[in-house]
Design a protein around this ligand. Structure first.
Ligand code: ADP
Ligand code: ZN
Length: 628
């Protein structure tokens, strides 16, 4: 691709090349700086001038001759200086500094000191010198080597992330992805029928821009795809490019964020420039919210880099003239935190929402991704679709991939239902923790806890049937009871919700009933139950005491605009609401406890069998509880 050799040379940021120069020169700084620091230390260590070594006899001679000016005694080692240079007989002429070294006998020689004093030699005594050993040197150099190594590592990792401080000019990192021959078509996108209808017009426009220009109609330049992760936003954007047969330029919002202010903005500029050159074309910006967050929002004030990038994007969006056929698609799952400026007319003024797939959509998505994966006859994709409520398109794709890997590992010719169910649990609950040691007592508590959920779910009238109970510890849980709604539900009755809370509290109720103690294992149960109960009172008007009322309270977990929830009811209403929430929870707890007492035998049997088999399916639960 010709664009590949052009891209890297593009100046990546506002910094001139000369300022930091190419990376290879600068790298030496990391080595040189510490070296310059330690070098003097090293040289003294190795090259301390101890003068010429002379014999003990020669030493005594020179002392007696009065030619020794000064000695320094380190243990057995004596260093000193002659008054005059001497020829020690061996032909060695002492240099100008007239230094010498000798060693005194270890058994001592009383006469030496006497003689030294008689001859007016200055005597200095020092503790014995540390010998220079291999390890001594090692310990001195090791920190230095380490320092250099750490420096190099940091340097390399920065470079690997494409944001080397020193090599802005020669950054090899891609500025954006470009795909001139997108193969994705609408048939590769399952479900999302409403979205397809919406974007069909864009495809037509990209194919025949002159038709639109003729009539003077304003075509949308910016379209925002809104939806949870993995629901096919990117896929849809690519399909538009594929259907229209136009080049697809894409970049993720988080990619714009760079170390140096100005880099993000210049990337936006070159992205739009290149897309314009190849029009008709599509620009796709994923994770728009990471650039387009409300300006000045968040903790710690504004983020310069982000604001500059955003401003650049806004001016690019405004800068299109009507004859230019470039469509900008952007994806986000947080439209609420976007800067309002982005949503103004002429910018991302058109919005399309992708939802999590319905059961029928899931079946279609599974069918698409099952292509090229041989399935055993036992596999029913409709059944898999039923058992995967809440899965996104990406989750479903992942599920089939996991199942295929599993089947391959077992050397099967095709994927069967067991593999799919196993993969589903893995996608949903995380990997099994095979080597996690759970004490016998803990296992028993978990078994009763899960049996408590299962029995309440099976016995209360307004509940979804139990699909599976397991006490295999996984990444995200110690055990799990899964229920399966018969059909997708959009409306929930008060009775259903009350029973649902009772099932959620059934785990802890069983612990209390059987062990007469409670553990902290029920935290997420309690959170979930409390959340539902609160919603019943404040959002869905299901409390007789509070009456038909919805608070309009929005949860805002992100650090967008509001850090705290705003409430539009009085303090005293707040108290009443709390009381109603507590009442709902207590009633549900009571119901769970009564149910478990009534079916105590079934609870015990279920827990026992769980301890034995670890995992029970829908049929097992029915059998154990004598249900039809
Ligand atoms: P998003 O951009 O919304 O986070 P993606 O488009 O990246 O999600 O989806 C990830 C993958 O999941 C896609 O590449 C595709 O294989 C699969 N996928 C998601 N939704 C669908 C769908 N409706 N039909 C077919 N495949 C889908
Ligand atoms: Zn539980």
């Amino acid at each position: 691709m010709s664009d590949n050799d052009k891209t890297p040379k593009k100046p990546d940021g506002g910094l001139p090349n000369g300022m930091f120069g190419p990376g290879s020169n600068k790298r030496w700084i990391w080595i040189l700086l510490p070296l310059m620091f330690f070098l003097p230390m090293l040289t003294t260590m190795f090259t301390t001038d101890r003068g010429t070594e002379i014999s003990y006899t020669e030493f005594l001679n020179q002392v007696e001759r009065g030619n020794v000016a000064q000695v320094t005694i380190f243990g057995h080692q004596v260093q000193g200086r002659f008054r005059q240079a001497v020829d020690t007989g061996g032909g060695t002429l002492f240099g100008q500094d007239r230094l010498f070294t000798t060693y005194v006998p270890p058994f001592g020689d009383d006469r030496v000191l006497e003689s030294l004093r008689e001859n007016n030699v200055v005597i200095v005594t020092r503790p014995p010198r540390e010998p220079i050993t291999f390890f001594g040197v090692l310990f001195n150099i090791l920190p230095l080597v380490l320092l250099v190594w750490i420096g190099m590592t940091i340097f390399r990792s920065m470079k690997a992330q494409g944001r080397g401080i020193f090599n802005v000019g020669q950054n090899k990192a891609k500025l954006y992805d470009q795909d001139t021959k997108v193969k994705t078509k609408f048939k590769d996108v399952a479900g999302l029928h409403g979205v397809k209808e919406e974007v069909e017009e864009l495809v037509d426009y990209l194919k025949n821009p002159q038709d639109y220009a003729k009539l003077g109609g304003q075509t949308p330049k910016g379209v925002l795809l809104i939806g949870p992760p993995g629901t096919g936003k990117t896929l849809m954007a690519r399909a538009i490019a594929g259907e229209a047969g136009v080049p697809f330029f894409s970049m993720s919002g988080s990619d714009f964020m760079e170390m140096f202010v100005g880099v993000g903005a210049s990337r936006v500029r070159s992205l739009f420039q290149d897309a314009r050159k190849q029009q008709p074309s599509i620009i796709f910006i994923d994770e728009l919210d990471s650039v387009g967050r409300h300006r000045g929002a968040g903790l710690g004030g504004g983020h310069d880099e982000r604001e500059q990038t955003l401003n650049q994007m806004l001016s690019e969006l405004d800068g299109f003239d009507p004859t230019e056929t470039v469509i900008v698609l952007a994806a986000t799952n947080r439209p609420d935190i976007l800067d309002p400026a982005l949503l103004r007319p002429g910018r991302f003024d058109r919005r399309v929402t992708t939802h999590l797939p319905s059961v029928k959509d899931r079946e279609e998505i599974l069918a698409i991704h099952a292509q090229g994966k041989p399935m055993a006859d036992s596999v029913s994709l409709a059944e898999v679709a039923k058992q995967t409520p809440g899965f996104s398109g990406a989750d479903l794709k992942n599920l089939l991939n996991e199942a295929a890997l599993l089947a391959a590992k077992k050397k099967q010719d095709s994927i069967n239902m067991v593999d799919i169910v196993f993969a589903r649990d893995k996608v949903m609950l995380g990997l099994e923790r095979k080597n996690m040691t759970v004490s016998a007592e803990e296992r028993k508590i978990v078994a009763y806890h899960e049996a408590g959920h299962a029995v309440t779910a099976a016995m209360l009238p307004n509940t979804d049937p139990v699909l599976k109970v397991t006490i295999i510890p996984r990444e995200r849980s110690m055990g799990m009871t899964q229920q399966m709604p018969d059909e997708e539900k959009y409306l929930y009755s008060r009775d259903y919700l009350n029973d649902r809370i009772a099932v959620i509290l059934g785990g802890r109720a069983a612990e209390q009933l059987v062990f007469d103690s409670i553990t902290n294992g029920a935290q997420s149960d309690l959170e979930q139950a409390t959340k539902i109960a609160r919603k019943m009172v404040t959002d869905w008007g299901m409390s007789d005491v509070i009456g038909p009322f919805s608070s309009g309270e929005k949860e805002n977990i992100f650090l967008g605009e509001e850090l705290s929830k705003h409430r539009d009811y009085s303090e005293s209403t707040g108290k009443e609401i709390d009381n109603e929430v507590f009442a709902i929870l207590r009633a549900a707890q009571k119901k769970a406890k009564e149910t478990l007492e009534k079916y105590r035998e079934g609870l015990n049997k279920l827990a026992e069998e769980l301890l034995d088999k670890e995992e029970l399916g829908a049929e097992d639960v029915k059998r154990i509880l004598n249900l039809a």
